[in-house]
Design a protein around this ligand. Sequence first.
Ligand code: NDP
Length: 319
Amino acid sequence: MTIKAGIVGYGNLGQGVEYLINSLDDFELFGIFSRRETLDTDADVYPVEDAAKYKDDIDVMFLCVGSATDIPDQATGFAEHFTTVDTYDNHSKVAEHRAAMHKVAQANDNVAVVSTGWDPGLFSMNRVLGLSLFPEPVQNTFWGKGLSQGHSDAVRQVQGVKRGVQYTIPAQDAIDQARAGNGQGLSKTQAHDRIVYIVADAADHDRIREEIVSMPAYFEPYDTTVHFISEEEFERDHQGAPHGGHVITTGNLQGHNASVEFSLDLESNPNFTAAAMVAFGRAAARLKAQGQSGAFTVLEVPPYLLSPQSLDDLLKSEI
Ligand code: NDP
């Protein structure tokens, strides 16, 4: 089965998805839907408002737009016409997003795989796995050191912000405590700091800082430091997008300690997020081909559907 793919939004994630679709044998790119008229790509580009015209040409639509406002505003509109996959990353609203997508996708006989990527996404799967193994599991997640796409996207939505990035820094002594089984009670906020670098007019600095540090869910619960820097410093020091982290779960089994860890060390966060998204896009197309409809989080997708190999081949390869 060749999966015909569309991409909505051509930022870092959209470009990563395009590269993968062009590299994988089981995908074929139909085109890219953008709010911009011209993009630097060899692919066919269509105005995003025309997308529904092509509903019969596309098996899976990759929603590569921002989580802060684009996904809440636009995702259900796409679920009406397409099987979709997204990387919506506002953890506290994933259930709400799933419910909204489920209603529309089910009513239109489509599949929507929501909040893929690595966190939420692969980290969510590994959290559930770790917590399922022990009678009294202790679990901690550490992020970074890295640039957070979701949080950077959120700061760029604040009025007056010309350029902005956010880095998450984990505390090594907290990681060591978690690995040793002493992570109980270690809060996310104790184990990390958030550091934000912003380019903006001086007159806006105080208001921007206040809006960022008080932003619910994204920054308000953390120790957040906002630095204002020049355009030149931003260009020189803040162009990469590294990220990664650890999900560490420990437990005790009849007096024996066990530690389970899933780690990511990523030179490019969006390229890797795209890789996870494309695997779940493959699963979305297969769920649809199986006659399923409605929304699925990563927890509800059987892992074999992520693989380009069939279940039979996977089992024969003694995986
Ligand atoms: P970008 O800011 O690069 O792109 C977001 C949108 O902005 C694009 O879809 C594009 O829409 C528009 N855009 C991009 N570049 C330009 C430009 N030069 N000029 C004008 N508009 C532009 O975000 P990312 O692609 O890096 O990330 C998308 C989302 O992915 C994030 O909001 C984040 O929430 C999520 N994410 C999730 C992760 C996870 O693990 N779950 C991890 C990483 C990210 P258009 O083409 O229509 O103009």
